[in-house]
Design a protein around this ligand. Structure first.
Ligand SMILES: *[C@@H]1O[C@H](CO)[C@@H](O)[C@H](O)[C@H]1NC(C)=O
Ligand SMILES: *[C@@H]1O[C@H](CO)[C@@H](O)[C@H](O)[C@H]1NC(C)=O
Length: 256
């Protein structure tokens, strides 16, 4: 979570201070330390911004949102692109997200390796595997890449260009090595175990758990507005974004 949060904080500090060279050169602290104390903040010329940031610091445990999905299910793509990621961008200080790409896939074991069958065919298995490897490599920072893939006309074809946009210095071959190797096979098996361990068992995807729990009521609320649900469940001081809201979206499911 941290990398994502820090980069957004920097953006905020930058946009408020117009990111002038004065701030970058006027103090000897890296941006991640700027709000550590009033003295440092003052020295770096961002005291006002840091005081504001401190006010919006989380005061309670984050709301945990897990999404069980498969890469080509239209309803999953829509939920991820139209709700989950926009909500995360606005409410990242009060929520944590866990993505489990597997969904209605099935596995069987053959001589120590797993063979997967996916609802929307082999290309979906490849999409699930790429996203799994990205999540393993990049943690929360994989989410913008997955968002880019799921927004594309062709999820799998979009993968490499999307990765290149966010990680121009990283090597795509390292992703494909995971995808085609034992590592990806093991990671996908873990997704299978996690998905089949759901209580109650999933009946469709996207399948959402909130703080580890699934119910029809939570699912309906998340699908109708994840943003409102996260704001309403958060026990700490509500961030200012909760007063603004996000537009409602329509949804659909892929049945098992
Ligand atoms: C922000 O809060 C931390 C602890 O909550 C405090 O130590 C620090 O001085 C505060 N920073 C500013 C700029 O007020
Ligand atoms: C979310 O998960 C974290 C880590 O497992 C946990 O510490 C936290 O209490 C959870 N949040 C809620 C609201 O249950």
């Amino acid at each position: 979570m941290l990398g994502f949060k820090v980069s957004v904080l920097l953006f905020a500090v930058c946009s408020l201070s117009k990111c002038s060279g004065r701030f970058l050169n006027s103090c000897n602290y890296p941006p991640s330390k700027w709000c550590d104390s009033r003295d440092i903040a003052a020295e770096c010329g961002v005291l006002e911004q840091c005081i504001k940031f401190n006010v919006t610091k989380p005061t309670a445990a984050p709301v945990n949102v897990s999404l069980y999905y498969e890469s080509l299910c239209p309803g999953c793509r829509q939920f991820l692109v139209m709700q989950l990621v926009p909500t995360l961008i606005m409410l990242q200080d009060i929520m944590d997200v866990d993505l489990v790409p597997y969904g209605n896939a099935q596995e069987k074991e053959d001589q120590g390796k797993y063979i997967f069958t996916c609802q929307h065919g082999e290309v979906e298995c490849l999409g699930n595997m790429i996203e799994t490897c990205l999540l393993n490599m990049l943690g929360i920072n994989a989410i913008p890449v997955i968002f880019c893939m799921e927004s594309g006309a062709d999820v799998v074809k979009a993968a490499q260009p999307c990765f290149g946009v966010y990680f121009p210095d990283k090597n795509w071959d390292s992703v494909m090595k995971c995808v085609n190797g034992d590592e990806g096979n093991k990671l996908m098996h873990q997704n299978a175990v996690k998905t089949s361990g759901l209580k109650p068992p999933h009946q469709y995807v996207p399948w959402i758990t909130i703080n580890g729990e699934h119910s029809d009521a939570l699912q309906d609320k998340a699908m109708s507005s994840l943003f409102n649900l996260v704001c309403s469940l958060y026990k700490g001081d509500k961030p200012p974004a909760c007063g603004v809201g996000l537009k409602k979206k329509t949804n659909s499911y892929c049945m098992k």
